[in-house]
Ligand binder design. Structure first.
Ligand code: AMP
Length: 190
C-alpha cells in the first residue's frame, strides 16, 4: 500500500500533481476540498456548514473532517493506496490519519511538500478564480487562507520530518520537472 500525503499552501499545485501521481502509481485520490465542494453542490447539511467556513478562508473542524475522511477511506476496496490531497491540515488531523491507517495495518509512505513563494501563490489563485469561478479564490479570502496555512498547517512539515516521511519539492517551475522530482521522492520512500 502506497499512501502519499501531498502537501502545500493553497495554489501550490497539489491537485494538478495528484492527477499525475494517480496516473503513474495507480492510486485512489481523496481531495477533501473536492468532497466538501460536492456536499455544497448537493445542498447537504454538511455542505451548508462547510460553505460558511470555506468562503471565510477557515478550516472545517477536525472531528468533522476526520469522520469525513474515515467514511471516504471505507468506500475504497481493493485500493493500491491513496493520495491524500488537502488532508491533513492540522497536527490533530495528521495524528488521526496515522491512527486510521495504522488500524488498517498501513502507514503514510511519504509526505510531499510543494514549496511555492507567496507572491506566486497569490498570482495562481487569482487566475484560477477568474477561470473557474471558485468562490474562495478572491484576494481577501486567499489572504485569510494563507494566514491559516502558515499558522495551522505549516507546522506539519516538522511533524512529518519527525516521522521520517517529509520530502521537500521545489514547486516553482515546469510541471514535468516538478513531477519528476515527486516521483523520485516517492520511489526513495518505497
Ligand atoms: P482545498 O480545495 O484543499 O483548497 O480546500 C478548500 C477549503 O476546504 C479549505 O480552504 C478549507 O476551508 C476546507 N478544507 C479542505 N480540506 C480541509 C481539511 N483537511 N481540514 C479543514 N478544512 C478543509
Amino acid at each position: 500500500m502506497l499512501n502519499i500525503v501531498i502537501f502545500g499552501a493553497p495554489g501550490s499545485g497539489k491537485g494538478t500533481q495528484s492527477e499525475m501521481i494517480v496516473n503513474k502509481f495507480g492510486l485512489d485520490h481523496i481531495s477533501t476540498g473536492d468532497v466538501l465542494r460536492s456536499e455544497i453542490k448537493a445542498g447537504t447539511e454538511l455542505g451548508k456548514t462547510a460553505k460558511g467556513l470555506i468562503d471565510n478562508g477557515q478550516l472545517i473542524p477536525d472531528d468533522l473532517m476526520v469522520s469525513i475522511l474515515a467514511a471516504k477511506l471505507d468506500t475504497l476496496t481493493a485500493s493500491k493506496g491513496v493520495i491524500f490531497d488537502g488532508f491533513p491540515r492540522t497536527i490533530a488531523q495528521a495524528e488521526a490519519l496515522k491512527k486510521l491507517l495504522n488500524d488498517r495495518g498501513q502507514d503514510v509512505t511519504a509526505m510531499i511538500e510543494l514549496d511555492v513563494p507567496e507572491e506566486e501563490l497569490m498570482k495562481r489563485l487569482l487566475k484560477r478564480g477568474e477561470e473557474s469561478g471558485r468562490a474562495d479564490d478572491n484576494e481577501e479570502t486567499i489572504k485569510k487562507r494563507l494566514v491559516v496555512y502558515n499558522q495551522q498547517t505549516a507546522p506539519l512539515k516538522e511533524w512529518y520530518k519527525n516521522e521520517g516521511k517529509h520530502c521537500y519539492i521545489n514547486g516553482l517551475g515546469e510541471l514535468p520537472r516538478i513531477f519528476g522530482d515527486i516521483a523520485a521522492a516517492i520511489e526513495s520512500k518505497i
